[in-house]
Write a protein that binds this ligand. Structure first.
Ligand code: NAD
Length: 498
């Protein structure tokens, strides 16, 4: 059944002023249209921002614990609708139902975290250098937040942005990826049902070029929070930089798992399979490189090949399916082109490397789990984000070499090491250049109450998740309260006056 979706502006579901629409299709079955969405314009963005700006004036005055209660209700509604939301998400994004349930759960956890944070949102209180004077800070909202999201976590990523932005007292305009606009629209529906006042939450569907650019360029958007590719991130930084807007960028990754010779190999195997082929490799934190010690190299490669070739591929709505399709034909072509590049670079293809078109899968965009071995540091398949089920295996002999290979990329999001040597584990945590390091766990699996983000080209220094995300969505205000009843001078050398 095809649902017709609209923009949500000023508490009302409205069409685009263009009257044009676009379709969203199921990547597991391209014949199935999941939804029809308004193809919006800069004018729609302008309407949404104008309304959000007005709504901000009263929302910012709602006490933070009250805002938190509304967001807590949003979590409750998501709990009730979890299965329906997960199924919709699998239909529009393709990942398997266990993962989309997890994606919705991440949204629920984020909402409940915000519910609690509403009773804290701490500033600091600190002594003054002068008598009879106190100093403290409070967190103030910024204004209208522009939130631009990718397609690979259609519920979790919008929640990671919308929920803390709202708790902080901002109003928001969301532009979800046009490949997965339905789930984000359901989130807006839920926020509305939970009691967010009219005009505080708005969603405008459409392309990055039209809707995304209009959001960026709008002078009344005070903060942009973007998750997506490094190319688009760089464009966003450029425009926002010129306009002196606050901007938070969560971008690509080229994550690796190191396996030392002393590791529990069965555990390391589970980790790399989940990290490389979970979500069909379409996670910013996906394990796209395996850095493997020479002493266990041949044995471990045999172990992965054996297991990876048994991964059950298919429509993610079937409970037993382990790997769904990639998002669309364009992305499948990108992946296939990287496989071609890998062969040209003389890496050795030992598994996969082709479209997967068995039975019903011929109707969608499936790709085989793919493994290259004997990959050398510096090859393109070792350096560039592929965003698909392709694993590159690189051999090393000494621990320091493994760290060097790990760090020798332009990205720095997630990383992992499997070892039983506690000293090496801690040394790796110290030496690896990444925002996240897992010890004896795969590169994927963030928890919403911890900071999430990366170094180098993975971002611009901000972190989502936990308390860290409130740095993005609040302004710090410093208050000096002098109750001495006389002029007291700070920043003056009082020794001269004595
Ligand atoms: P993308 O950069 O193509 O698109 C992301 C969003 O930006 C979409 O909503 C798109 O419409 C919009 N957009 C495109 N051009 C724009 C422009 N000129 N101005 C404003 N908005 C514009 O990314 P994608 O293909 O949707 O997602 C995959 C990428 O996201 C990968 O690189 C992945 O690593 C990254 N990602 C990063 C994280 C993280 O937290 N670091 C998480 C998930 C995904």
């Amino acid at each position: 059944m095809t649902e017709v979706y609209k923009n949500f502006i000023g508490g009302k579901w409205v069409e685009s002023e263009s009257k044009r629409t676009f379709e969203n299709r199921n990547p597991a079955n391209w014949d199935e249209i999941v939804g029809i969405f308004p193809k919006s314009t800069a004018k729609d963005v302008e309407n949404a921002v104008d309304i959000a700006k007005k709504a901000f004036e009263s929302w910012k005055r709602v006490p933070v614990p009250k805002r938190g209660e509304i967001l807590g209700r949003c979590g409750d509604i998501m709990v009730e609708r979890k299965e329906e939301l997960a199924k919709l998400e699998t239909r529009e994004m393709g990942k398997v139902i266990k993962e989309t349930r997890g994606d919705v759960q991440e949204g629920i956890d984020t909402a409940y975290y915000a519910f609690g944070e509403g009773r804290r949102l701490f500033g600091i209180t600190t002594p003054s250098e002068l008598p009879d004077k106190i100093c403290y800070t409070v967190r103030k909202p910024i204004g209208v937040a522009g939130l631009i999201t990718p397609w690979n976590f259609p519920m979790a990523i919008p929640c990671w942005k919308v929920i803390p932005a709202l708790l902080s007292g901002n109003s928001v305009v969301i532009k979800p990826a046009s490949a997965t606009p339905a789930t984000a629209t359901k989130l807006v529906e839920i926020l509305n049902e939970a009691g967010i006042p009219e005009g505080v939450v708005n969603i405008v569907h459409g392309t990055g070029r039209e809707v995304g650019e209009a959001l960026l360029a709008h002078p009344d958007i005070g903060v942009i929070s973007f998750t997506g590719s490094s190319e688009v991130g760089s464009r966003i930084a450029e425009v926002s930089g010129k306009m002196l807007k606050r901007v938070s960028l969560e971008l690509g990754g080229k994550n690796a798992q190191i396996v030392m010779q002393d590791a529990d190999l069965d555990l390391a195997l589970e980790g790399v399979l989940w990290g490389a082929f979970g979500t069909t490799g379409q996670r910013c934190t996906a394990t796209s490189r395996l850095i493997l010690n020479e002493k266990i190299y041949d044995k471990f490669i045999e172990m992965i090949k054996e297991r990876a070739k048994k991964i059950k591929i298919g429509n993610g709505l079937e409970e037993t399916v382990e790997m769904g399709p990639v998002i669309n034909s364009g992305q499948r072509d990108v992946i296939h082109n990287y496989v071609k590049i890998g062969k040209e670079e003389r890496a050795k293809l030992v598994l996969g490397g082709n479209f997967y078109e068995e039975g019903e899968c011929a109707k969608g965009w499936f790709y085989e789990p793919t493994i290259f071995i004997d990959v050398k540091s510096g090859m393109r398949i070792e350096q560039e984000e592929i965003f698909g089920p392709v694993l590159s295996v690189i051999k090393f002999s000494e621990f320091d070499d493994a760290i060097k290979i790990m760090n020798d990329t332009n990205y720095g999001l997630s990383s992992s090491i499997y070892t039983r040597d506690v000293n090496l584990a801690l040394k790796a945590a110290e030496e690896i250049e990444a925002g996240i390091t897992y010890i004896n766990g795969p590169t994927i699996g963030a928890e919403c109450h911890l900071p999430f983000g990366g170094v180098k080209n993975t971002g611009n220094g901000h972190r989502e998740g936990g308390l860290a995300v409130y740095e993005i969505f609040t302004e710090i205000k410093t208050i000096y309260f002098d109750y001495s009843g006389k002029l007291q001078k700070a920043q003056i050398d009082t020794s001269v006056e004595k």
